[in-house]
Design a protein around this ligand. Structure first.
Ligand SMILES: CC(C)(COP(=O)(O)OP(=O)(O)OC[C@H]1O[C@@H](n2cnc3c(N)ncnc32)[C@H](O)[C@@H]1OP(=O)(O)O)[C@@H](O)C(=O)NCCC(=O)NCCS
Length: 260
């Protein structure tokens, strides 16, 4: 299972980046409106050393891109300590998966639907995610529909153009939860073959703790399983966020590391 997840995580960036091998890493050089990262080459048993990180750092500097790493801790346990020794900030997050027979659909007091490849709709979804991730954690906060609409105006055209193209091509599938005040939660999944990852689930801070994130996750899972996917993975920000996904049937299989 963990090997399959690792292979997916290595394949998914290819829709928006060019891979380049740098020592034991694949560096994904973005061809789109957001940056990617480097990952250890799957299946390699090489022990990563701080010197490997220095080589990667030099290449990133040459390309003028930020040094950022992501990996599955269980497949590359030497990377966290090496990144730490090389002076990077290392964090770990729970890694969860969901198979079809584990799925427990959840609904909320909102209309949840898959979003079309429409500039205005995806701009709203992007604004919801931006406000949500600006206020991390699971607590209720201040940002609501007014802030969402103000934020939507600010979202870069280039970013929305890229998102619309990805949704139109089926590389990314977006879902939103709507109440009488418009879109209040959003998220995506990114299928590659029969595996997908749910990413970017966020709820407007003022609308939290009403089951909206669980319902958006449920809508995305339902879509994925209805379109040939048999394994969904995700990494949760922390244990409290993981609990939201566990309500839908996800269970933990390991940890993902990230370093910058
Ligand atoms: C994490 C996040 C998406 C959760 O959104 P949410 O809509 O509040 O999530 P839910 O309402 O489904 O679940 C949150 C809690 O509310 C509870 N809840 C669900 N329905 C409820 C209801 N009707 N009344 C009261 N509580 C309810 C859930 O049981 C859950 O409780 P728990 O924290 O004890 O597990 C949101 O806090 C967020 O946007 N955070 C910042 C971005 C982020 O970290 N995203 C996740 C990336 S992996």
């Amino acid at each position: 299972m963990i090997t399959r997840v690792d292979d997916y995580l290595h394949a998914a960036p290819l829709s928006g980046a060019i891979p380049e091998q740098v020592g034991p890493f694949t560096l994904f050089r973005s061809t789109t409106a957001w940056p990617y990262y480097a990952r250890p080459v799957p299946g390699s048993s090489a022990v990563v050393e701080p010197a490997d990180i220095d080589v990667l750092r030099a290449r990133c500097a040459e390309l003028e891109i930020p040094l950022s790493l992501e990996w599955v801790v269980e497949t590359c346990p030497s990377l966290g300590p090496a990144a730490d020794a090389a002076g990077l900030t290392v964090v770990e997050h729970p890694l969860l998966v969901l198979e079809r027979d584990e799925f427990r659909p959840v609904s909320a007091d909102a209309r949840c639907e898959i979003l079309s490849a429409d500039d205005a709709v995806l701009r709203q979804a992007s604004a919801v995610a931006s406000l949500a991730f600006h206020d991390p954690g699971t607590a209720i906060g201040a940002g609501g529909p007014e802030e969402r609409d103000a934020k939507a105006i600010d979202v870069q055209d280039e970013r929305i153009k890229a998102v619309v193209a990805r949704v139109a091509q089926g590389i990314s599938v977006s879902a939103g939860a709507f109440t009488e005040v418009g879109m209040v939660a959003s998220g995506q999944h990114q299928p590659v073959g029969t595996t997908t990852e749910i990413v970017g689930v966020g709820t407007l801070p003022s609308m939290r703790r009403r089951g909206l994130a669980a319902a958006v996750t449920s809508t995305l899972a339902e879509h994925a399983f209805a379109h040939g996917v048999d394994l969904i993975l995700l990494s949760a920000a922390d244990d409290a966020v993981a609990a939201v996904y566990e309500r839908v049937g996800f269970h933990r299989i390991g940890r993902v590391g990230a370093a910058e």
